[in-house]
Design a protein around this ligand. Structure first.
Ligand code: WTA
Length: 635
């Protein structure tokens, strides 16, 4: 029996039981057998959820890039590590072998050092999905710098907030990016952001779209000439197990984004081990995850997990609709993709376009299909199963979070029988619990509650950068001695989990987590706005779309409402990014509030979702009269 590669359900149960009865022995074996260490640990696990403090493999020393690259060189040096598929299908794909990757990462690492980056420094990476993105991530890890990748769809102001929060010394960006038929002026966005960031000393600029851009003397440098000059080998920095590997921001329901901090050893072990099992990766396979490396899915399952397993991982620069809606399937056929991992929102968008795009392509290479990011609805699940996998490639509905670092609840393909809309069973080592409103664990099956995790796992985030108290308050205060996920879930008669969605004020739009508070803050900056509240409502493709209720100041002037709507969305685009734009904006005379002044979002959510049959008791509201008015004018 191999604990590393699980192949049938019986084996899953055996390994699972072992992993929860004796977690330390279990993870020690995995770590020992499958990774390269400079020094082994003194202690496998110490933890205390009340502080909270969690340490895995304490005392161990390693460099994650040795595990992702160097150790493969003598056995699979010529194997393709990364296939880069450009936005434009006419442009040739690049195949970067493990040997090439080693060369590129080492050169880049040497450039970082020459530019004054040292172990522990934070480097912000704001790049499109081009090879430099994966390479710069690995280059940081090579020298022990902490990377903070910011998704290149965020606005300059969102970028500035993140750079300042982590006090990054450097930004790595490109002259621009391609997105379907459009080009985006990334460097312009960086320039704008840096007006507010005093911490940044250096900007490295990759060339992608070859436009004429402003280069600030002394601060900005073209990347390529520096790489050309740099030495092609770089001794990896020896890191402690618990040294931070990266920061990645995620939205909270209140306040500024949370910089989740991931550690080196635990993150490596768990991302690699889940990758191997959840995708059943075999040596000759080509694996493709369509996420952006700007999100956790890209960190764990485009870069670290696959490369640690010596896999071939595809990086796609473009979008599913360009040049047409057949693009994903064209890429699957072209590179003979075996494992394909995407999001429900993409599946729904493609399903809407019909099956003719699929029929043109040979998808017979596909063995495993994955989904992540939000609950997948039954229709999308079946469409994926019937048309993409032809009922032969099992669907792994993988539930996890930026905070968890790796996949937590998922089927193991060809082992766990799948069930539409169910993420099914906890992954090896994961101990979920459903909690009731009074803080008690709900035992047994056919129950639902709030999803918590009872025991540490190696890749859990260790803190929020610069704010450990917030980490404690957000995740460890709702339920004693448990990590609270913010999600609701149910457990069916056989113990399968189905994630029902967020129970806090985070709304998932097209798979992106958006907190209501930062959007409301942005709207409230409009001079005509007195107050606003954002809720989600069901949307065919995005899963959820945003509905804004906006109360205007009584300025006396009658403003054109459509212009106001545009201005409000413009502010949101500037402050956060286009992903946070509102689909509907209703102007109201007031917002329903409790007597303590809290906005009753529950009511607003129902109205936005056109589900007003049972609004509950509104008589205890401070201002019950506004509810009827809002209902009468709902969009
Ligand atoms: C949601 C993405 C249902 C969930 C890896 C979670 C899901 C949040 C699923 C984290 C799934 C993710 N089924 N819901 N398979 N996967 N979610 O941090 O609400 O971007 O808490 O991490 O996405 O989103 P994040």
């Amino acid at each position: 029996m191999s604990n590393y590669h699980i192949k049938h359900l019986e084996e899953y149960y055996q390994v699972y039981r072992k992993s929860v009865r004796n977690p330390e022995i279990f993870w020690e074996e995995i770590a020992e057998e499958h990774f390269m260490w400079r020094k082994k640990w003194d202690n496998v696990l110490s933890w205390d959820f009340t502080k909270p403090e969690v340490k895995w493999f304490e005392g161990a020393q390693l460099n994650i890039t040795e595990n992702c690259i160097d150790r493969h060189l003598h056995i699979r040096g010529d194997k393709t590590a990364i296939i880069f598929e450009p936005n434009n299908p006419e442009e040739e794909a690049q195949h970067i072998s493990y040997r090439d990757l080693h060369d590129k990462v080492c050169r880049f690492a040497n450039v970082l050092k020459e530019q004054g980056i040292q172990k522990g420094d934070r480097v912000c990476i704001y790049l499109p999905m081009i090879p430099e993105l994966a390479i710069s991530v690995l280059a940081c890890a090579r020298i022990g710098a902490i990377h903070s990748v910011v998704f290149a769809g965020f606005s300059s102001s969102a970028l500035a907030t993140r750079i300042n929060d982590a006090t990054c010394k450097m930004v790595i960006t490109s002259d621009g990016s391609y997105r379907g038929a459009k080009t985006i002026d990334l460097k312009g966005i960086v320039d704008e952001a840096l007006k507010e960031c005093e911490c940044v000393e250096t900007v490295l600029v990759a060339k992608r779209i070859n436009t004429d851009i402003h280069m600030e003397t002394g601060r900005d440098h073209w990347l390529q000439p520096l790489l050309d000059e740099a030495y092609h080998d770089c001794v990896p920095e020896v890191m402690d197990a618990e040294d931070p590997l990266f920061i990645l921001y995620t939205s909270g329901s209140t306040g500024k984004p949370k910089g989740m901090v991931h550690s080196t050893a635990g993150y490596m072990v768990y991302s690699a081990y889940t990758f191997k099992n959840v995708f059943q990766y075999r040596e000759q396979d080509v694996y493709w995850c369509t996420a952006d490396i700007g999100w956790i899915t890209g960190h764990s399952y485009i870069v670290y997990g696959p490369l640690c397993n010596g896999a071939t991982t595809v990086m796609f620069e473009g979008v599913p609709s360009y040049p047409d809606f057949g693009r994903f399937w064209e890429i699957v056929e072209k590179h003979k993709v075996n494992q394909f991992y995407t999001a429900p929102t993409a599946i729904r968008a493609l399903a809407k376009e019909g099956v003719e795009h699929l029929e043109k392509h040979d998808l017979s290479s596909l063995k495993v299909l994955g989904t992540v990011g939000e609950p997948i609805n039954e229709e999308a699940w079946h469409w994926y199963d019937d048309n993409v996998g032809k009922r032969k490639a099992p669907i792994v509905d993988t539930w996890w979070q930026t905070e968890t670092g790796g996949i937590m609840i998922t089927p193991i393909p060809y082992a766990t029988p799948t069930k539409p809309t169910y993420a099914t069973l906890p992954f090896i080592g994961i101990q979920p619990a459903l909690m009731d409103e009074n803080g008690n664990e709900i035992k047994g099956n056919q129950v639902d509650g709030r999803l918590c995790i009872k025991f540490p796992w190696p890749s859990m985030a260790r803190t929020i950068w610069g704010n450990h108290q917030r980490y404690k308050d957000t995740y460890f205060s709702a339920y004693e001695n448990k990590y609270f996920t913010g999600d609701g879930a149910l457990r069916d008669e056989v113990g399968y989990y189905r994630i029902t969605g967020r129970v806090d004020d985070v709304i998932i739009v097209s798979g992106h987590n958006l907190g209501t508070a930062p959007i409301e803050d942005a709207i409230n900056e409009h001079p005509a706005v007195a107050e606003s509240a954002i809720v989600g409502f069901p949307h065919d493709i995005k899963g959820n779309a945003l509905y804004g209720y906006v109360t205007l100041k009584e300025t006396g002037e009658s403003r054109n409402q459509n212009n106001l709507r545009k201005e409000i969305n413009q502010i949101i685009t500037e402050q956060i990014g286009p992903i946070a734009k509102l689909d509907k904006i209703q102007f109201t005379n007031g917002l329903p509030k409790t007597r303590s002044g809290k906005i009753m979002r529950r009511i607003l959510r129902k109205i936005a979702g056109k589900d007003t049959s049972n609004l509950g008791d509104t008589s205890t509201l401070l201002n019950p009269e506004v509810v009827q008015d809002i209902m009468d004018n709902a969009l």
